[in-house]
Design a binder for this molecule. Sequence first.
Ligand code: HEM
Length: 383
Amino acid sequence: MVPTRMPFLGNVWVTTTYASTSEVLRTKETFVTNPRNAGRRGMAGFRWWMPTTLRAITSNMLGKDEPDHRRLRKIVERAFLGQNIQSMQIKISGLAQTQWDILEREAEGSNGQVDLVKHFSRPFPLAVICELLGLPEQDRSKILRWGVRFTNIKNSLDLFRAFPAIWKIGHYFREQFEDCKSNPREGMIKDLVHAEQQGEELDEEELLATAFLLLLAGHETTVHLIAAGILTLLRHPAQKAELTQDWSKLGTAIDEMLRFNSTVQTTEPRYVASDTNFHGIQLKRGDTVLPFLAAANADPLQFENPEKFDINRSPNQHLAFGSGIHTCLGLRLAKAEASTAFQLIFTRFPELELAVPTSDVAWSEGVGTRSIMNLPIRLRPGH
Ligand code: HEM
């Protein structure tokens, strides 16, 4: 581990190996996510002037330790089980096709060239998560507008600029909860409101926090799994050809994209609950540790030639979805969306290519994520 200073978090210890990253994430008694359980007053980087909605949205399951974490995760967990994701597959394919048709129309109007992030990899996962939550279809474009304000937050000023969008989403969700009480509908919002009405399972603040978490975690991450995945395949044409001739390799290919690109570079911070000697470093109660997933996924002690992209890599125990009690709840959904997207795109346009040199592709500078801002593509070569 190495000490460093991070925006919002201040002094932190960053893990640099697979072994230490995985151990931090799995040792929930020593490394907690609720700073109060490590003797700290509140979340690192949090300020009194931050609005109540922002404070409310941070009281989600990611910032809770047991038993609160389990209580909150249990309410929504069922919807993410394998069989439920499978039963959503037709819906997911339909949403992908609708969005791809929109992209094609956009490309026709601009010489076959189009931004894959703006017209597909961002709106498609948003449509899926809105569907899962049971949010009205006509609200998607405004949710998309608000959601974009959350991307690429590098410092307090960016966060400050995002406040209006945070407030609007909070207000919107509260309206949806109210509406759902008198007009029950399909989707997870209904399950959450029902749980709140039961009184015991989650309070109003946690209801809002859970809806926010599902919307943001379920959206932003998958956008970049798809965009970075497409870019990576285009940069490795032989492997792209191998995959498109044998789609049974898609599962291992997606795991390799997750490992190779590590879009979510770090998890949420962990706080040291009691003094401990960890991998030769004396940590004190209250210290902050940042599990660096990107370093773990590139550790040569765990992965042979980690710098090499290999769609056949097996085994591939990457940590892109974290590990331990907070392991990503949406991992099956994310993989289902990515599988659908890659097959659809390369079946319809096997010769799709980048419209700019790779060096011109704009990557974000946000803390914790490494994402592609725009990915200009051409549907057919030489168009
Ligand atoms: C490529 C896509 C995705 C990646 C790389 C990803 C990554 C992660 C990671 C690393 C964590 C653990 C964070 C920590 O330990 O601090 C996490 C947690 C979580 N993810 Fe994802 N995620 C993805 C997609 C999704 C989707 C589609 C959803 C669906 C709504 C989702 C919902 C969640 C939730 C609810 C948690 C918190 C789990 C808990 O605290 O128990 N994620 N994700």
